[in-house]
Design a protein around this ligand. Sequence first.
Ligand code: DC
Length: 218
Amino acid sequence: MSVPVLTIDGPSGAGKGTVSRLVAKKLGWHYLDSGSIYRSLAVALAKQSVDLTDKAEIVKIAQTMGLEFDCGDELVVKLNGEDITGQLGLESTGNTASVIAAYPEVRQVLLKKQQDFKRPPGLVADGRDMGTVIFPDAENKVFLTASAEKRAERRYKQLIEKGIDANLSRLTIEIEERDRRDMERTNAPLSMARGALFIDSSEMAVDAVVAEVLDLIR
Ligand code: DC
């Protein structure tokens, strides 16, 4: 039996995580937060103070790290048995993830780990290359974006709510830098998959985006 897949790609902070989680819940499907796989590798490297230019060492750690995902209401990730969920959301983790994600060898190692999430009754996969590289045959594809200013504003609010100090103009610069790196890399850059539904969420409420995505599936 073929397992249906919905891919939701887009830049950081566009709301992919929130939307994907809600859509997966509505459909009763599994959810893959592919960014958290790159982020987990970033945490593993930070723990061992690995030099980010040492590709061979990074690939070795990507191959041997033991990851366990519990994708319930709240994502819980264990790295070699240790709960690292709290470290996944750090800005430094996201920035390191973006740097190592540009290495083709790293992407190759992580490819199967992501494809393994495809299980009945269906999968919602969120990332940068879900519709272009990881699940090119997916029946339904979405490209979700928002302006860099809006994305930085949302991120700022999230951080402040969590009691983490943040600076809006610095966040905007970091988001633009991350967009550039994710879009300009040669291997699996962030791009809209052919046939994907384009949604700009800058002026949309989450519920409206979820409704539009569910309409696509139905
Ligand atoms: O979605 P995120 O912010 O958690 O992703 C963190 C970084 O991981 C992102 O800047 C680029 C990389 N990434 C990727 O290259 N491909 C994916 N499918 C998901 C994330």
